[in-house]
Design a protein around this ligand. Structure first.
Ligand code: SF4
Length: 232
């Protein structure tokens, strides 16, 4: 096991605190909140819907679409099944690509209606569900230990030189899973922390001076060496 994966996790927790993903709507409310993840079948379906809605857009846009669906009483496999695709597309327009996402929501709602047991393979067979979406649903919705990989993961861990950012999704997922204790709580928090760090610190133009990972970071150390070389 490469201990640096756990070390980075601990430093990110120190930097950003507990994240309590995935946001879901508490009973009687309309807004998804970070309360530690789903506790009911309805909330598990909401995680799946959210994973579709947040494809290629920021969570805030997906959250607005979920709020709208909540106001319409439509965030359940049955209600989405009954809605016509145009009304659904209109309700989720804040999430972008709304015609495509409306069809995907219908597909996943039908899948939830037809299957009591959710599997990664079953989700991956659905139109519009790639590995990142499937693993988000499995991990945050069903507490299954699949590490979620996204663009923030590739960028941050490529800079740290802990993964090859051009490797396949499965290669990167397996590398994390080999080097971490197999604990759902750690996988859930770790992915959320990577997203937070990617948004706030290890941005496209990184804010390295603010970063707790700099002593471990190849990109930072290389830049520092180049700077010192210029001065020397
Ligand atoms: S030191 Fe800079 S490049 Fe390295 S992880 Fe931190 S922000 Fe990213």
């Amino acid at each position: 096991m490469d201990g640096r994966f756990l070390k980075v996790y601990e430093l990110l927790r120190r930097a950003h605190g507990p994240r309590r993903w995935w946001p879901v709507t508490p009973p009687g409310e309309t807004k998804p909140l970070y309360t530690g993840g789903p506790r009911s079948d309805l909330q598990r379906f909401e995680v799946a819907a959210g994973a579709i809605l947040t494809q290629n857009t920021a969570w805030t846009n997906a959250a607005r679409a979920i709020e709208n669906l909540n106001r319409l009483g439509a965030i359940s496999p049955g209600a989405i099944g009954r809605m016509d695709v145009q009304s659904l597309a209109l309700a989720i327009r804040s999430a972008g690509y709304f015609n495509q996402k409306a069809k995907r929501l219908k597909t996943i709602a039908a899948h939830f209606r037809a299957n009591r047991k959710m599997t990664r393979e079953g989700l991956l067979a659905l139109d519009g569900v790639g590995p990142e979406t499937a693993d988000s649903i499995m991990l945050y919705g069903f507490k299954a230990p699949f590490f979620v990989v996204d663009a923030y993961t590739r960028r941050l861990f490529g800079r740290l030189d802990l993964v090859d950012p051009s490797a396949s999704y499965e290669e990167i997922r397996e590398r994390f899973e080999r080097n971490l204790p197999r604990r759902v709580f750690v996988y859930k928090e770790y992915h959320a922390l990577i997203v937070e760090h990617g948004k706030l610190v290890c941005r496209k133009a990184p804010l390295c001076e603010k970063c707790l990972l700099k002593k471990l970071c190849l990109m930072y150390l290389e830049r520092k060496e180049t700077k010192q070389g210029r001065i020397g």
